[in-house]
Design a protein around this ligand. Sequence first.
Ligand SMILES: [Ca+2]
Ligand SMILES: [Ca+2]
Ligand SMILES: [Ca+2]
Ligand SMILES: [Ca+2]
Length: 289
Amino acid sequence: MKKLLALLACIAATSAARADFNEGFEAVPYMGTGWSWHNQSNPINPATLDPNSGTWNYLLQGWEQASGPAGILTHTGDHSLMITFAVGSDVSTLSDWAITPTQTLHNGDTFSFWTIDRDADPNSIFFGFADRLQVRLSTNGSSDNTGTTEFDVGDFTTLIFDINPTLDPAGYPYQWTQFTYTVTGLSAPTTGRFAFRYFVENGGPLGINSDYILIDDVSYQSAPQCGSADFNCDGAIGTDADIEAFFACLSGACPPPPCTSTADFNGDGSTGTDADIEAFFRVLAGGNC
Ligand SMILES: [Ca+2]
Ligand SMILES: [Ca+2]
Ligand SMILES: [Ca+2]
Ligand SMILES: [Ca+2]
């Protein structure tokens, strides 16, 4: 029984370490907890600056929770995230940001989302108003700095998607479409945030561009991460004591906290498999996970 409890403790520690993020915008009302929202459109719809103008206008800076049938107004479930031309006034350069909660970034992790512009279908009777979405990454920790003007990007200097940059009325997906970005180029794990930037020039209520787009099922998935070759967390790497501690952990006696070593050495959610043993010896030998 004691071994079983220790093994369960290992599994629990593994689960807690995998901080994957999934947002389907289903909570009612959707309050945007953990996100940041910045409407930098110029000229701006002043309602997005007025705390008395309604929850979505003010809290979400013009982004709002859409409701409707799955496959049409949502990708899955009953709700999605929507943004419209109404975040600006008159003819406006729209630049409105939705910034995800902070993520821990490793090479190989994936960020994905689904989006649609229903009226980009040339066969639609609503066809005609071009939309554009940029997706950007900041690797500056929890910063949500997007500058102040409609052209600023602040810390979000890495452009990872630019959907319909030429503002072609038929250039935005008019079926629900998934976009996936794989984190690459980091020299070490870091923290950062992803941002959706609804960026449309000559938009707004009187502009020739912009009407509305929808986003759903935003996801950040951590790639499996190997444990350390300092398995027993004593500061010495790859010693006999580490090997002994690893095999003791496979049998249910993992190193005690604050050591976070678990029998799921390769971080794939399965505990004590052949793949864990292979990964352990590969890392001991100086290789990658
Ligand atoms: Ca949804
Ligand atoms: Ca459109
Ligand atoms: Ca050690
Ligand atoms: Ca494993």
